[in-house]
Each structure stands twice: as C-alpha cells, then as structure tokens.
Design a protein around this ligand. Structure first.
Ligand SMILES: Cc1cc2nc3c(=O)[nH]c(=O)nc-3n(C[C@H](O)[C@H](O)[C@H](O)COP(=O)(O)OP(=O)(O)OC[C@H]3O[C@@H](n4cnc5c(N)ncnc54)[C@H](O)[C@@H]3O)c2cc1C
Length: 387
C-alpha cells in the first residue's frame, strides 16, 4: 500500500512536471512555430525525453518508464493542453505511433540503435506508411525494398510524413516480396541520412502548421536487412497493431483540447452580450454546449474502456476504431458549434477556436479516415457484403 502511495505521489509530480514543461517550454512559443510552419523537434523532444515522457509504456531497459498504455493515454490527455494540434501530434508520432512495433517486435540491436535514442529525445522518429497513391488502402503501397545480399535496396516514396523534414529515422512500411498484399510487407528502421533519401518538399496545409509534413523519395537507398522489425513479411500486421495505439492516443489527445475549447467558449460567451444579455444565456447556446460536453464525456468513457481492455491484452480494434470515428466526428461538431458562438472573433486568427477548427479537422482523415474506421467496425459486425 505504501508503495502505491509513493508511486502516486511520484506520478502526481510526474504530471506536474509535464504541465510545467508545456507552460514554460512549449505554449509560449506555439504562435511563433505556427507562423514558421515548424517547431524545433530535437530541442523539445530532448526536454520531454529527459523527463521520461517519450517512453511512458516502453521497456525500462531502453530508457522507458515500463508503465502500461493507460499512462500513455494520460500523458496524451495532458498534451492536449498544448495550444495547437501540430506539436502534440508530432510528440505522439515519436512516442506512440512510430515506435510501438519496434518496442514489441524489434531486435535488441535495433532497439539500442533506434528506440533508446528516440525515448531519450536524441533522435526524432517519423512513420512512413502513406504514399501518393495509397493512404486509406495501406495494402496497396508501392515502395519496394528488394533484398540484395544482406541489404535491402529501397525505391519509392512516402507522402504526408509528420516530422519528415527533421527526422533522424523512419519506421518505414515497404513491400519486401511479391506475395499477397497482407503478407509481403515489412517494417524497416530507415536512417534518414542515407544516400538516396530525399526530402522532396514540406507540404503546406490547412492546419497543424507547427508540425512539418514531408514528401520523401527513396532512390536506391541501401539499408542492412537486420533493420527489419521482427519477421520479414509481417509488416502489414505489425502496422495494424501499431495503429491501435495511434488511434487511442489521438482520441485521448483531442479530449482535452475539446474540453478547453468548450471552456473558453463558455468564458467568452459569458461576457459577450447580444440583445442585452450574454450570448451564453441564450438557451440554444448553453444547451448546445451541455450536449457537446456530454458527448465528450461519453467518448472519454469509451476510450477508458478500450484502454482498460487493451492493457489486459485484449484485441480492441473494434472499440479503438469506434473511438477514433466518434472522436473525429465529435471534434468537428465541437469546433464548428464553438466557433459559431464566437461570431466574427471566431473567424480571426487571434483566437484559439479558429486554430482548433483547422487543426482538429485532421482527426477524421489521418491515421485512417472515418470511412476506414466504419469499414473495420463493419468487419467486426460481420455486415460487409460477402464476396
Ligand atoms: C497532416 C497530416 C499528417 C499525416 N501524417 C502521417 C504520417 O506521419 N505518416 C503516414 O504514414 N501518414 C500520415 N498521414 C496520412 C494519413 O494517414 C492519410 O492522409 C489518410 O490515411 C488518408 O489517406 P489519403 O490521404 O491517401 O486519402 P485517400 O485514401 O485518397 O482517401 C480519400 C477519402 O476517401 C474516403 N474513403 C476512404 N476509404 C473509403 C471507403 N472504404 N469507403 C468510402 N469512402 C472511403 C475517405 O473520405 C477518405 O478521406 C498524414 C496526413 C496528414 C494530412
């Protein structure tokens, strides 16, 4: 019991430290990073890595805290207090999107070389799944890694790579054989400084401005075969497993951002008067905000239920897909309704709600679009047309 109390006190301090880092090292600079279209990933990841936030559920042997995934969810929720979507997304890519498969299936040597420095904040990671011609349908990617002796020679390209212009290594999904599309892919740890890796461009976007998004080309890039994560040919399966953590992380992160936007809207509409009374006093406004907050709480319960099952070793693909679908849709409703109540102010760049409106739109697209989530849910409900 006393150990639990000690841990709780320690953990309380842990979150206090994360709040402190967000308030001191991140939030004061967010406006500048948004304007510059990039944030200094190496600097911020080093600060977070030193404090243990990049490997919460990763093995202690590789610098992680060895806690279960529910703690990563708690950290993702806290990171929702960052005053933009781009920086938390970039942190999530490092801690919970590009590294879960490596931590679970990678060799000791690969973990030493890529996982440990990522957890410590010394190396920036990115995830290379999507391509120009393949996003929703991951099985149709074209990038090829052809075995020549004890090396792979990689040709192709990746699109939409978060952290791509700054990354030291990529968790790359590539075709390593001509077999069936779900069994011919492998995940490979690819150093980004190898000859033939080209950052083609940094993509201009509707939102998530402080997060750099790259298009990357591979032209005869040679990487040792030992850089393959786990078993060759298992990359598609590993990536689908990795997506579970990505999707739960994304939902956890957006929950706090939605709470904050609803609260800021309550404050603004509480003092802004229309027709001789605060905007908030109009029943359509306070009822709508109550409805939205209720839905946020429902989503939180679904997330916690999925997480509780996940940490006990269950397959939560269906619940995680439902949470991601609902998260994407709810955040669009919260952003749209809240922005409306800010009137013309909501349409300016001076307020958080307009940034939230732009940034949060991604959740229904990235990491699997709403329709992809519906497809997965239907598969589990066994309602898809039989071939
Ligand atoms: C800012 C940003 C950051 C990203 N970061 C990364 C990253 O770090 N790494 C990475 O690998 N990828 C990343 N992505 C890519 C992202 O995961 C893809 O954009 C997403 O999976 C959708 O793929 P797509 O853009 O190719 O859309 P498409 O596959 O062309 O789909 C277009 C639309 O078709 C519809 N659709 C899809 N499937 C169905 C269906 N079965 N039935 C009906 N309609 C359907 C959906 O509405 C979908 O939005 C990022 C994207 C963005 C915008």
């Amino acid at each position: 019991y006393s150990t639990t109390i000690q841990f709780y006190q320690h953990f309380h301090f842990f979150f206090f430290l994360l709040c402190f880092i967000i308030d001191q090292e991140i939030n004061p600079h967010v406006d500048q990073w948004e304007a510059e279209g990039k944030f200094p990933a190496h600097k911020i990841f080093k600060i977070l890595g030193n404090a243990g936030f990049l490997g919460v559920n990763k093995p202690v042997k590789y610098g992680g805290l060895g806690l279960d995934f529910s703690y990563s969810v708690a950290v993702a929720e806290e990171l929702g207090n960052i005053r933009c979507g781009g920086v938390p997304m970039a942190i999530g890519v490092q801690s919970d999107m590009a590294t879960p498969a490596l931590a679970r299936f990678g060799s000791d040597e690969l973990k030493e070389e890529f996982l440990l420095p990522s957890i410590m904040g010394d190396k920036v990671a990115c995830l290379g799944v999507s391509e120009v011609g393949a996003g929703s349908d991951v099985s149709s990617i074209r990038t090829k890694a052809v075995r020549k002796g004890d090396e792979y020679v990689i040709n192709g390209g990746k699109m939409w790579t978060t952290n791509g212009t700054q990354a030291d290594w990529m968790c790359l999904l590539a075709n390593t054989s001509d077999g069936p599309p779900h069994r011919n892919k492998s995940l490979i740890c690819l150093p980004m400084n190898l000859p033939g890796v080209q950052i083609a461009r940094k993509i201009d976007k509707l939102g998530m401005w402080s997060s750099d998004t790259a298009e990357v080309f591979f032209d005869d890039v040679r990487v040792p075969c030992k850089n393959v994560i786990g078993q060759e040919g298992m990359g598609f399966t590993y990536q689908m497993l990795q997506f579970q953590e990505e999707r739960l992380w994304g939902v956890a992160n957006i929950l706090t951002a939605m709470d904050n936007i609803i609260q800021e809207t309550i404050q603004y509409t509480g003092q802004r008067k229309v027709f001789r009374q605060p905007v908030l006093y109009h029943q359509s406004v306070h009822f709508r905000l109550a409805e939205l907050q209720t839905e946020v709480e429902l989503l939180r319960s679904l997330l916690y239920r999925a997480t509780a099952l996940y940490i006990k070793g269950n397959d939560v693909t269906k619940l995680a897909s439902m949470a991601k679908l609902k998260g994407g849709r709810l955040t669009r409703e919260v952003a749209d309704s809240c922005l409306q109540y800010w009137g013309g102010m909501g349409f300016t760049s001076d307020v958080m709600v307009s940034r939230f409106y732009r940034d949060s739109r991604l959740l229904s697209i990235g990491g699997g679009a709403d329709e992809v989530m519906l497809g997965i849910i239907c598969k589990y409900m066994d309602t898809l047309p039989k071939k």
